[in-house]
Design a protein around this ligand. Sequence first.
Ligand code: MV4
Length: 449
Amino acid sequence: MFSSILIANRGEIALRIIRACKELGVRTVAVYSEADERSLHVKFADQAICIGKAQASSSYLNIPSIISAAEITDVEAIHPGYGFLAENAHFAEICESCQIKFIGPTPENMRLMGDKMAAKETMIKAGVPVIPGSDGLITTKEEALKEAKRIGYPVIIKASAGGGGKGMRVCHNDVRLVSAFITAQSEAEAAFGNSAVYMEKYIEAPRHIEFQIFADDKGNVVHLGERDCTVQRRHQKLIEESPSPVLTEKLRKKMGEAAVEGARNVAYRGAGTIEFLLDGDNFYFMEMNTRIQVEHPVTETVTGFDLIKEQVRVASGMPLSFRQEDVHIKGHAIECRINAEDPDNDFRPCPGKINALYMPGGAGVRVDSHVYAGYEIPPFYDSMISKLITYGKDRKDAIGTMQRCLGEFLIDPIKTTAGFQKMVLSDSDFQKGDYSTRYIEKFFPKREE
Ligand code: MV4
């Protein structure tokens, strides 16, 4: 086990990692920007170092500053959390070259899965079903037209360096396709410095089902069931749950085995997520996230495993603490991401000073949050201020507890998404589990994409 870890992140995930480290008896070092001096991760870590100005490019994305902080404090490992440098293969390489263990997958794992077309080709080789689409990248408009004809409209053009919905274009006919292809390429170039795009059949109303996988460096690979993250708005997840209300035991087993096979095939190490689109009974690999995810508590709640501690153990060279046959899904968990945003104003971020705060509690409730009364939410980072996770013996129970919690969540004078999420949880289609990735549109007639 490591004796010390630097946490290269902020907010609730930095706190979450510090908590796991404390329970493991590991010394913690926080890094913070000038805007985060009064943050809880700074207070709760054994040591804290300011690494730069507020904007992320000067601090949480500043590799030389973070490595310097690690050298000065003599830590053995760095946990990147999610976002910022978590999926940066170059950063992982720099860590290793400085003899600092990067708590995450290998740089090769990250580089391969960061290239969405290469990831897809790798999954095909592993026998994992993928969305029907172009055979490799599309480089000319003639090729785009030919492939669209073969695949059949509607099609979607995706940036190979993209992911998470960035740089996607849906097209229904030849006329639109040519312009969509050109814009997709230039958007990809502008956003990622890489214009590579590929094409897929567009699946109109799928569900987003992702499997949590875990691997150690002894060849053990397991999955911890799925999370249903179908409820999203503009590619931002609003509600996540496990198990999915739509998976049969048979389909769960098939998808879980495909996820494990995919991870095994790339000699994956650590925590990862395999995202699938589910269309009826057909599932297709979409992308792999090589990080711990925001919604990991949902899986922790129904499996009883601590995924952050497991990441630390595996990175320190220990074997996985459980086998596939030890994983049992019990009950039902739901997470709502509470953002400081105004749902009545196009979810505009609403940072500012918190005067009064009450966080819900009681049986079956977990709150992961870094905010407190008197804290000022800085405008420089993402707007998530809290994660509410509820547990119940079944889905109805977990929903009931979440509805209570959303009502108890009081934060003056900050506008949040909590009220909107409460409305979604009361919707009969949500309660029936009857929805697709386009579900949230119905709450905003005509305004959404
Ligand atoms: C798709 C799709 C339909 N067909 N690909 C969105 C995020 C990125 N990971 C890929 N995404 C999608 N890819 C094909 N071939 C629909 C989406 C999609 C989506 C997926 C999951 C959850 C919410 C979504 C919202 C809009 C579009």
